[in-house]
Design a protein around this ligand. Structure first.
Ligand SMILES: Nc1nc2c(ncn2[C@@H]2O[C@H](COP(=O)(O)OP(=O)(O)OP(=O)(O)O)[C@@H](O)[C@H]2O)c(=O)[nH]1
Length: 469
C-alpha cells in the first residue's frame, strides 16, 4: 500500500511539473485564491483570478501589487497576518495560518482562511511566500446562525424551565390538595395540602392508588370511570351534587370533598390532575344552619302570631275555638264564626306581584280590625283566608258585622307603596253555635260551606248558615 502511494504521489508530482493544466485544475478546484509574494520586493505579489473573483473584483482591474489586498483586508486582521508572516519568515515552525476578513466589492464581509508557506534559500532565508485562500464565509454564516440558534434554544429552555418551575410551585403551594393520577389510578405526585387533608406523608401518598382514599362502595366502579375520563378528557367537576363526594383520610374518617379534574400532559405522561377541596367544615356549617332554620321554623309554629299580618295564626284560632266552644256549651253563650276570603286574589298577585299581594293582606287586616270588637279573635288561617271568632255574638249580629266588612272593603281603596291604587272585594260565610252537639269541626264546616256559597253566588257577599248540617 505504501509503495503504491509513493508511486502515485510521484506520478502526480511529475504530472504537475510537466503539465501546467494539472496545477491549474488543482488550484481552480480546491483553492479560492492563490498568491505568490516576492519578499525581496514586497510591492510585487501575483494573485490568481479566483483570488479577486471571490472578493467581487474583476482580475483585469488588478496590477498584482500587495497594496491591493492590504487596502481591502480588515486592518486588525492585517496586523495579525503581518505578525504571523514575520514570525513564520524567521521561524518555519510558526504557521502562517489565520482567518481574516476582507471587504467584498459590494460592501459585505468575506471570511477567508489564509495560509502560506515561505520559500527559502539554502541558508533558510525566505525570498518568496506562497499562499492559499479558502472562502469560509458560508461556514461563518452557518456558525453564527448556529450560535443564534443555540441562544434561542437556551432562551426557550430557560422559559420552559421557568414555566415548569412555576407550575410545580403552583401545584405545590395551591391552597387545595393536588394529586396527579395516572391512567391506573396511581398517585404519581401529591402536594403539601394533599398530605394535610388526607393525613399521609407526600411519599406515602405517591405510593398509593387514588382508590385508597375512596369509600369501599365507590371503589368498584372507579377504574371504569377513570378510563372513561382519560378517553374523554376535559376539565370538569366530579360528583353531581354539592357535598356528595366523600373521601377517607389516614384515620379512616370521612371527609366531604369537592373535586375538579383536568387532563394534563406531564413528565409522567398523561395524568388526571385532581384538585380536591375539603368542604367538611363548610358542609357541617350548612348542616347546622339547616338545623337551626328547622328549629326556628318549629319555634315559629309554636308562636301564635302570623308574622305577615300580625294577627293571630291558625294555631291560635284552633285553640280559641276549642276553648270558646266549651265555654258556650257550659254557660249557654252565643258564639259565631266568620270565614272570610279575598276574591280573585290570585289575579292581584299575578298582575301586581307577590310583594304587592302582601301589602294588601296587611292593609286588609288593618281595615277589618277596626270593624270588629276587641274580644273577637281575628286570625289568618290560610294564605288569603281569615276567621273571626265572635264570642257572645248571635247569628244576626255576626251577619251584620260581616255585611259591614264586605261593604267597607268594597269601598276601600288600597294604596300600594308604588302609589298604585287597588280595589278588591271579599266573600264571607257566617255560622253560629246551635247546641252542645256542635263541635269545632261542625262549626268550621258550616262557615266554610257558607263561604263557598258566597263565592258561588258571585262573591262580594255574605252567606249565613243557620241550620245544622
Ligand atoms: N301575596 C301573597 N299571596 C298569597 C299568600 N298566600 C296565598 N297567596 C295567594 O293567594 C292566591 C289564592 O288564589 P286562589 O286560591 O286561586 O283564590 P282567588 O284568586 O282569591 O280566587 P277566589 O278565592 O276563587 O275568589 C294565590 O295566588 C296565592 O299565591 C301570601 O301570604 N301573600
Amino acid at each position: 500500500m505504501e509503495n503504491r502511494e509513493n508511486y502515485l504521489r510521484e506520478e502526480l508530482y511529475q504530472l504537475i511539473k510537466s503539465d501546467d493544466s494539472i496545477f491549474d485544475f488543482i488550484f481552480d478546484a480546491c483553492i479560492d485564491g492563490l498568491w505568490y509574494w516576492d519578499l525581496d520586493n514586497l510591492e510585487q505579489e501575483w494573485m490568481n483570478d479566483r483570488f479577486w473573483q471571490v472578493l467581487g473584483y474583476d482580475p483585469q482591474e488588478k496590477a498584482h501589487l500587495s497594496a491591493e489586498w492590504q487596502k481591502i483586508i480588515n486592518q486588525d486582521d492585517l496586523k495579525i497576518a503581518m505578525s504571523n508572516f514575520h514570525r513564520h519568515c524567521s521561524d518555519p515552525t510558526h504557521p502562517y495560518d489565520q482567518t481574516v476578513r476582507y471587504q467584498h466589492k459590494n460592501g459585505s464581509t468575506v471570511w477567508i482562511r489564509c495560509r502560506g508557506i515561505a520559500i527559502r534559500d539554502e541558508a533558510g532565508l525566505a525570498h518568496r511566500m506562497l499562499g492559499a485562500h479558502c472562502d469560509i464565509t458560508k461556514l461563518k454564516e452557518m456558525e453564527s446562525q448556529y450560535r443564534r440558534n443555540l441562544k434561542e434554544i437556551d432562551k426557550t429552555y430557560a422559559i420552559t424551565k421557568l414555566a415548569f418551575e412555576e407550575s410545580e410551585k403552583l401545584f405545590e403551594m395551591a391552597p387545595d390538595a393536588n394529586l396527579k393520577v395516572d391512567r391506573s389510578g396511581n398517585i404519581v405526585k401529591a402536594n403539601k395540602q394533599a398530605s394535610a387533608i388526607f393525613g399521609y406523608g407526600k411519599e406515602q401518598l405517591e405510593s398509593m392508588n387514588i382508590s385508597d382514599l375512596m369509600l369501599n362502595k365507590h371503589k368498584h366502579g372507579h377504574p371504569k370511570n377513570l378510563e372513561k375520563y382519560f378517553t374523554e378528557g376535559g376539565a370538569r367537576k366530579m360528583g353531581a351534587e354539592r357535598g356528595q363526594l366523600l373521601a377517607i383520610n389516614s384515620k379512616g374518617e370521612t371527609l366531604n370533598v369537592e373535586i375538579t379534574l383536568n387532563l394534563i400532559d406531564t413528565s409522567y405522561g398523561k395524568c388526571a390532575l385532581a384538585t380536591i377541596r375539603d368542604v367538611s367544615e363548610k358542609e357541617n356549617l350548612i348542616r347546622s344552619l339547616q338545623q337551626q332554620l328547622e328549629e326556628n321554623k318549629k319555634l315559629e309554629e309554636l308562636t301564635l302570631i302570623d308574622p305577615l299580618t300580625n294577627i293571630f295564626n291558625n294555631r291560635h284560632y284552633e285553640d280559641t275555638m276549642v276553648k270558646e266552644l266549651s265555654d258556650c256549651s257550659r254557660y249557654q253563650h252565643d258564639l259565631s264564626l266568620i270565614m272570610l276570603d279575598i276574591d280573585h286574589f290570585k289575579v292581584i298577585n299575578d298582575e301586581k306581584g307577590h310583594i304587592a299581594g302582601n301589602e294588601i293582606l296587611i292593609q286588609l287586616v288593618q281595615l277589618i280590625s277596626t270593624l270588629i270588637r276587641l274580644n273577637d279573635t281575628f286570625a289568618r288561617i290560610g294564605g288569603e283566608e281569615f276567621a273571626i271568632i265572635l264570642p257572645q255574638s248571635d247569628l244576626d249580629t255576626s251577619v251584620a258585622i260581616a255585611e259591614r266588612i264586605v261593604f267597607e272593603v268594597e269601598n276601600h281603596t288600597f294604596i300600594l307603596k308604588t302609589s298604585e291604587k287597588i280595589k278588591l272585594t271579599v266573600s264571607i260565610g257566617v255560622t253560629s253555635f246551635i247546641d252542645s252537639s256542635d263541635t269545632y269541626s261542625s262549626l268550621y264546616e258550616r262557615a266554610d260551606n257558607a263561604l263557598y256559597q258566597s263565592k258561588n253566588q258571585g262573591r262580594n257577599r255574605v252567606t249565613a248558615f243557620e241550620t245544622k248540617s
